[in-house]
Design a protein around this ligand. Structure first.
Ligand code: PLP
Length: 374
């Protein structure tokens, strides 16, 4: 390819990256110091704890990332095992996979606000499942869950919980799930938390939402490219070690354990996550969360000031509003569904970007409804 073309593609992406308001992607990163690694095929094939005979890997770095996430999510690498995935979807697939291996006859319960990829994962794994109604804020309707479980007390239950739904950032309550488990004396159960966006946010919120290993959950999936941010989609999955041990097979061809979904795995993404951890650590994450919360509060308030019925779940970075026009949705890359659009206040979004959206909304209001605009 001619370098002129590469430059054009780069510019197009750079501009578009500058204008995203509706997806949970931090944009305040630079990993150009890792450019020399692009000339090496870094491959963390197989289990991160077992070196492969293919030795061009960053498994030592990957283990440090897993260790950081384990501590952040109230466990240790003694109790939990994990690896760097290709993103939240793979982590969810993994959690459901080991859940099925624990309880082959189980039923999966998840809310209608769950990420679209989960239905496909369940289909791939061929696990029977039931969709539970959501409340208006996007949280699971526990009454509906209770009525559904009541009729299936004999079956092992796999609960797939959203720690931040994609559209409204609603958090399903582990306490409610535990109440129902107890009430119906369900002995065989598994709890997976899909914390794609909030996995690196919720530990720093006050009050801290209950969702991690301290609550006895079995697995958690987090995206790496969302709140932390990075040039290549990635994530981390953590499961209780016993679940990983149940599925482990030794593979002589690569000299390691086949405990991950894919064979070859990205060896660059652990470097990015690790570099973020080195630079920012837990304190840095806490500060990022505070700044993002401030921006979300500002966005909600300013939208309301111009007559837009904006709202947020408690402590959410996602500001929900009635669906905006197609022109605005395209220009500001706003995700929308049925009747709502949202802005997600991630690190890297400035107040000025929000102000530009507000100005564009006001302009439209003037054209459409001049008499209503003050
Ligand atoms: C983004 C998201 C996913 C998918 O994660 P990827 O990293 O894009 O694979 C899953 N669940 C929720 C709630 C999400 O917001």
């Amino acid at each position: 390819m001619k370098s002129e073309n590469i430059q054009k593609i780069y510019q197009r992406l750079q501009e578009r990256s500058d204008n995203v308001l509706g997806y949970p992607l931090a944009r305040d990163f630079s990993y150009s110091e890792f450019a020399p690694f692009l000339d090496i095929c870094v491959n963390n094939v197989g289990d991160p704890e077992n070196l492969s005979t293919l030795a061009i890997d960053t498994k030592d770095i990957e283990m440090e990332c897993v260790n950081f996430f384990a501590n952040m999510l109230s466990t240790s690498t003694k109790e939990a095992w994990g690896y760097v995935t290709n993103g939240g979807t793979e982590g969810n697939l993994y959690g459901l996979y080991v859940a099925r291996e624990s309880f082959p006859n189980a039923m999966v319960y998840y809310s209608e606000s769950t990420h679209y990829s989960v239905k496909k994962n369940l289909h791939l794994l061929n696990i029977p499942n039931i969709v539970i109604r959501s409340q208006d804020n996007g949280e699971m309707d526990y009454e509906d869950l209770e009525q559904t479980i009541m009729l299936r007390r004999d079956k092992p239950a796999i609960f797939f919980l959203n720690i931040g739904t994609t559209m409204t950032e609603a958090i399903d309550k582990v306490d409610e799930i535990k109440r129902i488990i107890k009430k119906y004396a369900i002995k065989d159960y598994y709890i997976h938390c899909d914390a794609a966006f909030l996995g690196t946010v919720a530990p720093f919120l006050q009050p801290k939402p209950k969702f991690d290993f301290a609550e006895g959950v079995d697995s958690i999936s987090v995206s790496g490219h969302k709140f932390i941010g990075g040039p290549i989609p990635c994530g981390i999955v953590l499961v209780k070690r016993k679940h990983r041990d149940r599925i482990a097979n030794s593979i002589s061809y690569v000299g390691t354990m086949d405990t991950t979904i894919t064979g070859s795995r990205n060896g660059l993404t652990p470097l990015f996550i690790w570099s973020f951890i080195q630079k920012h650590g837990l304190e840095g994450l806490r500060k990022r969360v505070e700044m993002a919360l401030d921006l979300a509060a500002y966005t909600e308030k300013e939208l309301q000031k111009i007559g837009i019925k904006a709202w947020r779940n408690p402590n959410a970075l996602t500001v929900v509003m009635p669906k905006l026009s197609e022109a605005l949705r395209v220009k500001h890359q706003l995700a929308s569904e049925e009747t709502i659009s949202h802005v997600i206040c991630t690190p890297g979004i400035s107040k000025e970007k929000i102000d530009r959206l507000l100005i564009d909304i006001k302009k439209e209001q003037e054209v459409n409804n001049p008499l209503l605009v003050a």
